[in-house]
Design a protein around this ligand. Structure first.
Ligand code: BG6
Length: 324
């Protein structure tokens, strides 16, 4: 595919990145607790992991920013597994945080033979291929697809998912690349970017598993477009932050087929005369909707950045990863 920027090329590689993960069987045993350490986009992937490990596999899971965990380490039990997630495998804070850990250490990384692998008992590679754009896209998808597979595997071994449910979940994952390709071929996000060209502040709402996607979408918009975007859980947004809204601040809401909770917040925002744009991910069950919602927000960040003339592959002030 001939595309002008690595970010767009890498967004379009995501269906294949998922396809390559589908036939893998990965297992980390059955811990009694999971701790996740990461930074930036990898940290947001960690939030998806937490949701899946808790809701599907029913394993208590904590996520902490690597830098925070250096002064406030997560509690460990003898059967805890700590997962350090870093696309580069070179982020200094994540490496240092993993080194502090006493429990079994698993690294999830895209960096073959990267430094993090030296401090892990077990490494799972995301196999997304090199990501050149500073803003992470396909590596995020490759991280979350691994979390889906790990959570389903633990839940199956743990008897929280029956054979039938396990097979059906894996089948739903198989449908994602095709659904993603449909979305990648649509023009609606380009049109949305045009309407938001002058927007300096933006709210993104999700609920359930898509709260993490709202936060990740806001990070992508900050990194690539310098928009002051904030991601919130829809219900929580009503408890204070809604005071921010005026005619200048639009809200994007991730709406899924099975999720009626977000509607209440949308109705409240509209009742105050403020603008809500719905990003719908209704063609797949809610559990799998993050894959589509995140692609929509990545595309929005990309198109908004290019409309604003930003060098999208090399945004100001940030590096691909921080080694100090
Ligand atoms: C930051 C980058 O410095 O590092 C983010 O600007 C990235 O985009 C973060 O998500 C974490 O990187 P890694 O390689 O540990 O996943």
């Amino acid at each position: 595919m001939n595309v002008p920027h690595f970010m767009l090329k890498e967004i379009h590689q995501q269906p294949d990145v998922i396809r390559h993960q589908l036939d893998r069987t990965i297992s980390i045993g059955i811990p009694d607790r999971i701790n996740i350490l990461a930074c930036g986009t990898s940290l947001n992937a960690g939030l998806i992991g937490q949701f899946l490990f808790e809701q599907i596999a029913q394993i208590p899971t904590q996520v902490r920013s690597s830098s925070e965990s250096l002064s406030a380490p997560l509690l460990e039990t003898p059967n805890t597994i700590t997962i350090a997630i870093t696309q580069s495998g070179e982020t200094a804070d994540t490496i240092a945080a993993l080194q502090q850990v006493q429990s079994k250490r698993v690294a999830i990384t895209n960096g073959i033979d990267s430094t993090i692998t030296r401090f892990a008992d077990h490494t799972i590679y995301t196999n997304a291929g090199e990501e050149k754009s500073v803003a992470a896209t396909k590596t995020f998808t490759s991280q979350i697809v691994l979390f889906y597979k790990l959570a389903f595997q633990i839940a199956h071994e743990n008897q929280k998912l029956s054979d039938r449910e396990f097979a059906s979940h894996l089948e739903s994952l198989k449908q994602i690349p095709q659904q993603m390709e449909k979305l990648l071929n649509e023009n609606t996000i380009v049109e949305l970017a045009q309407t938001l060209k002058e927007t300096r502040d933006l709210i993104i709402l999700g609920s359930g598993i898509n709260t993490a996607i709202a936060v990740e979408g806001a990070l992508k918009l900050k990194e690539a477009t310098y928009t002051h975007a904030e991601g919130y859980a829809a219900g929580e947004f009503l408890h204070g932050p809604i005071a921010l809204l005026d005619a200048e601040i639009p809200t994007l809401a991730i709406v899924t087929e099975d999720d009626s909770r977000i509607q209440k917040t949308i109705d409240r925002i509209r009742a105050h005369g403020n603008h809500v744009i719905e990003i719908t991910a209704k063609s797949v069950p809610e559990l799998f909707s993050p894959f589509l919602a995140v692609v929509a927000l990545q595309l929005l960040a990309y198109h908004l950045a290019t409309l604003r003339g930003i060098d999208v592959d090399r945004p100001r002030n940030i590096a691909k990863y921080l080694t100090t």
